[in-house]
Design a protein around this ligand. Sequence first.
Ligand code: ASP
Length: 504
Amino acid sequence: MRLALHYQILIAMVIGAGVGLPLNIYAGPRERLRIGEGQAAALDAGQVTAEARAAFDANDVPLASDAAVAVERAGAAWHVTSGDETHVLQKHGAEIVVFSGGDWPRTVAKYGKRLGDLFLRLLSMIVAPLIFTSLVTGVTSTGNLQGLGRLGGRTLVFYFATSAAAVCVGVLLSNMIQPGKHANLDLIQRSAEAVTGGVMSSESTLGEIIWDQVFTLVPSNPFAAISDPGNTSMLGVIFFALLFGVFITVVGGEQGRTLTRFFSAGFDVMMRMTMFIICFAPLGVLGYMLYASAGKGLEVFAALGWYIVTVATGLTIHSCVTVPLILLLLARRSPWAYFKAMSPALLTAFSTASSNGTLPLTISCVEKRAGISNRICSFVLPLGATINMDGTALYEVAAVLFIAQVTGHDLSVSQQLIVALTALLASVGAAGIPHAGTVMMVVVLGAVNLPLEGVGLILAVDRILDMYRTSVNVWGDMTACAVVARLEGEPVREPVGESAAEPA
Ligand code: ASP
């Protein structure tokens, strides 16, 4: 008998973390020595002074000759490479601490990421054809425009309301816990990472975000939108597929039937491909867990402890209290049974940190395991992966308020309101890919004139929070499906057997 998929994924996660964490703790970089802070200017100029060199020698960490030593700035740290060894130098008060070694965990993390990336690429490969065929099939089965409008209206209201609820939790917790006030700025600056040009380039305002969303809804070329390598033009694909489906119904007759059958057959094939690719989920998850647990120094978690606690508590309240209540009251479903049925997709969302990448699994779980019709899944889920991000909205608020607190900016109530509103919109604008929420954060920071470099302070722990918020995002989309299905009068079917979403 084969083990159910969610157990396979869970075991892969445990193995990944179980191997990665001890590797990180016992074979991670070691503190080797300390040198004076006065060396910073020389290091910035790419040099190691004779004084620093003598300190290395005195500690039995000899450096190669000048020509063979390379100094490189890496965020708030410097990497000094001498021969095969790289030393990481970080400021700590009046000293610079030198760490060496730890190559093993970094190598394991690198290969783990490659394995995970390969799996995510496989999933991404099927996203565009899957949502296109799924949407066209969904619309042609609906048949009328009015039904579609009602479905769209309900979905959008639900998405807006739940994201707003998440944002409120974020604001409340950030004010109650005050993570930035408890934080040690020196420690945080040591773990800060440089903010790259890509993150800093956005200068959008609130109005521009909304306009961007409306604009990208209409693709100037649907084929280009479908072939977008990062699947970031999903709104355009959704819009075109909806119209295409509607006009198949309008044309009707023999031609309409031929196309309906063609797309329905295409959808069946895409679902079978999805199920085949899902077989590799445990491997991809294993890779990503190794990457997440072995790669980063654990010190950063201490530096940003209260911030992590605030975001994680907010996400937990939203996913374990707000959403289950909605499921129980509005969808009349047992939250636990629904959660269990959805677990393969939720675990995959957790490890890949990509709602878009997880979409094939999300569709397959909701349709096959919870028995919700394709008419609803095909519309609600792709739209949700693109615009409904409860976890991201909550995280944006908490992160921006943290940055404000830590940099000593006291935000008034009206400024916090602006943060909340902008964060809501930023979550709509963020793509369902890893770290998209962090990139969008500059818009929220800009709205209340906070320093954009503040993003660098929280980058070090972003991956782990991204994993959690992505599963909360996907959980929100799945809940929307259950609620909308009930409002549309579909019978509530108990989630079916564990093997239902698995390959035949
Ligand atoms: N990674 C998230 C997602 O795919 C977006 C984010 O960065 O918040 O849903």
